[in-house]
Design a protein around this ligand. Structure first.
Ligand SMILES: [Zn+2]
Length: 463
C-alpha cells in the first residue's frame, strides 16, 4: 500500500515542482516523484510548500534545560566564557538521572520537529552514574535517548562519545567520571546500540571522539579501527577548535593545530563531522574543505558562549560542506540558526548576501542557498537517508503553511528567503518522518505529556 501526495509546491534539488506528486511506500521510502498526476490512483492534497526535513547535526539534548540559567555574572565569575559556563553545566550533570535525561530529550526533540528538523545527531557523553559507577544496563542512558526519539518520531543518529581525559595529560575531574570509558568498553557499547536498530528503523549509530583534549591519539586510532570493523561507513564526529584555548592546548600537546592534526593523522573524509571548527587557519580551511568532511556550525550556541565566529565565507567559497547544529539548544529553530549565521557575517563584513554568488543571469537567493547547504551537510553528517525529496530517499517531508505571516504572498522563488530571513513566526505546519506524519496542523499527539515530563524534570534538576 502506497500513498500519493499532491504537494502544491514541492522542493527539488534543482528547483520546485508545482504541483509535485510524491509516491511514498509502506516502508517510508519515496518510490517516485513526478510533475504528472498518476492515473487512476487517489491522491492526498497538501496545500503550501513541501520541503525536505533537515538533520540537526549536533545536540546535547540534556543542555536544553540549562538554556537561560547561566546568563549572569557574579564577583567570583566576572569573566564568563565557555569554561565558566561548563562549571554550571557540570552542576546539572551531577543531578541528571535516566528519567530526567529522557524527559528533557523528549522535549527538545519535539521542539526540533516543530521547526522542521526530522533527525538529530546526538553527541552523547553522560553514560554512567554520578561518581562513575556503572548502570546495571551499561546502555541505560543511550536507551533513554532512543526512547525519547521514538516517542517523538524524530530520526536519531546516536553518537556515543569516547571521553578519557580531563585535558591533554590531565586526569578527569569528579563530574567527568560519568563520561569515561576504556576503549574496549566503549566499542562494546556501540555494538550493543547497533543491535537496537532492529526495533527502530530511524536509528543510526556512529562514533564520536569528545575532542583531541579528551582522547589520546592512540585511543582515537583504536576506537576508529574498532568502529570501522563494525561499520566501514559509520558517521564520525568530533568537537574541534571551538576556542582559542583549545587550539593552543592541542598545538602544545600534539604539535599541530587541531584540524591540521586531523588532516595529517586520520583519514578525514565525508564520513566526518568537525563540530564547531571555529578557529581555522588558511591551510586548515583548504584541507578540511577538500576532505569532504562536514563542519558542524552551531551558530547560536557558539554566539552565547562567546567562542568566536566560523570563517563561513572563506570555507563556503573553498567548496567546504557545512550544516547546523543546535548544540546547547538556546534555539531549536532552523530559521533562527541560519539567520544569525548569515546576518552575523553581514554585520562583520558590512555587506549583504555574504555567501550567495551570481550564477549566469539567474537570481541566487540566500535563504534557499543557506537551507540547501545545511540540508546536504546535515544529511552527510547524520547518514539518515533523507535530505531530498527524490526516489529512494526516506520520506521526510515538512509542509510550510502559506498563511504564516512570513510566507504571505511568497511563491517558490522567494519562500525560503521568507522563512529563513523574513520573520519570526514559525511556518512549519506538518512534519512527516519516514512516511509517517508526526506533526499535523502544528500538533503532536504527545505534546502535553512531554511538556509535563519536562516541567517535572526541570523542577528536579534546578529546584
Ligand atoms: Zn557539543
Amino acid at each position: 500500500m502506497t500513498t500519493i501526495y499532491e504537494v502544491e509546491h514541492l522542493h527539488q534539488p534543482d528547483g520546485w515542482l508545482s504541483p509535485g506528486y510524491v509516491d511514498v511506500g509502506a516502508d517510508g521510502v519515496i518510490l517516485s516523484v513526478s510533475g504528472q498526476r498518476p492515473q487512476g490512483k487517489p491522491v492526498e492534497r497538501l496545500r503550501g510548500f513541501g520541503v525536505p526535513g533537515l538533520s540537526n547535526l549536533h545536540s546535547h539534548a540534556f543542555q536544553r534545560a540549562l538554556a537561560g540559567r547561566t546568563e549572569f555574572v557574579t564577583a567570583a565569575r566576572a569573566e564568563d566564557n565557555l569554561w565558566t559556563w561548563r562549571k554550571e553545566m557540570y552542576r546539572m550533570v551531577d543531578r541528571l538521572t535516566p528519567d530526567t535525561y529522557e524527559a528533557v530529550a523528549a522535549q527538545v526533540y519535539l521542539e526540533m520537529l516543530r521547526f522542521g528538523m526530522t533527525a538529530v545527531c546526538e553527541f552523547h557523553y553522560v553514560h554512567h552514574l554520578a561518581g562513575g559507577g556503572r548502570n546495571p544496563n551499561p546502555a541505560e542512558m543511550s536507551d533513554r535517548l532512543i526512547a525519547a526519539a521514538s516517542r517523538t518520531g524524530l530520526g536519531l543518529t546516536l553518537l556515543p562519545v569516547l571521553y578519557a581525559h580531563g585535558g591533554i595529560g590531565k586526569p578527569v575531574e569528579e563530574t567527568q567520571k560519568r563520561f569515561v570509558h576504556p576503549v574496549d568498553d566503549y566499542l562494546r557499547l556501540i555494538d550493543t546500540l547497533r543491535s537496537r536498530r532492529a526495533a527502530n528503523r530511524n536509528l543510526r549509530v556512529g562514533l564520536a571522539l569528545h575532542s583531541l583534549r579528551a582522547v589520546t591519539p592512540d585511543e582515537a586510532h583504536a576506537a576508529l579501527a574498532g568502529m570501522k570493523a563494525m561499520d566501514p561507513q559509520a558517521r564520525l564526529h568530533i568537537h574541534v577548535s571551538e576556542t582559542t584555548h583549545e587550539v593552543a592546548e592541542v598545538e602544545a600537546g600534539l604539535g599541530a593545530r587541531p584540524v591540521q592534526w586531523l588532516i595529517d593523522n586520520v583519514d578525514l573524509n565525508d564520513q566526518w563531522c568537525l563540530v564547531h571548527a571555529t578557529h581555522l587557519d588558511a591551510s586548515e580551511i583548504a584541507g578540511a574543505a577538500a576532505s569532504g568532511a562536514v563542519v558542524g556550525i552551531c551558530p547560536l550556541t557558539e554566539a552565547t558562549m562567546g567562542d568566536g565566529f566560523f570563517p563561513l565565507v572563506e570555507y563556503h567559497g573553498a567548496g567546504g560542506a557545512w550544516g547546523i547544529g543546535t548544540d546547547s539548544h538556546y534555539s531549536t529553530s532552523t530559521a533562527e540558526e541560519l539567520r544569525i549565521l548569515e546576518c552575523g557575517k553581514r554585520l562583520e563584513l558590512r555587506r549583504r548576501n555574504v555567501i550567495a554568488r551570481p550564477e549566469g543571469g539567474a537570481e541566487v537567493h540566500s535563504g534557499r542557498l543557506l537551507f540547501d547547504t545545511a540540508l546536504a551537510g546535515g544529511e552527510r553528517a547524520s547518514g539518515q537517508g533523507g535530505g531530498a525529496i527524490v526516489a529512494g530517499r526516506r520520506a521526510d517531508l515538512v509542509m510550510l503553511d502559506p498563511d504564516a505571516t512570513p510566507l504571505l504572498g511568497h511563491g517558490p522563488e522567494t519562500v525560503l528567503d521568507g522563512w529563513i530571513l523574513g520573520g519570526t513566526e514559525n511556518p512549519v505546519r506538518d512534519v512527516m518522518v519516514a512516511g509517517r506524519w508526526v506533526i499535523r496542523d502544528g500538533r503532536h499527539p504527545q505534546e502535553a505529556a512531554i511538556r509535563d515530563g519536562y516541567r517535572a524534570a526541570a523542577a528536579t534538576l534546578f529546584g
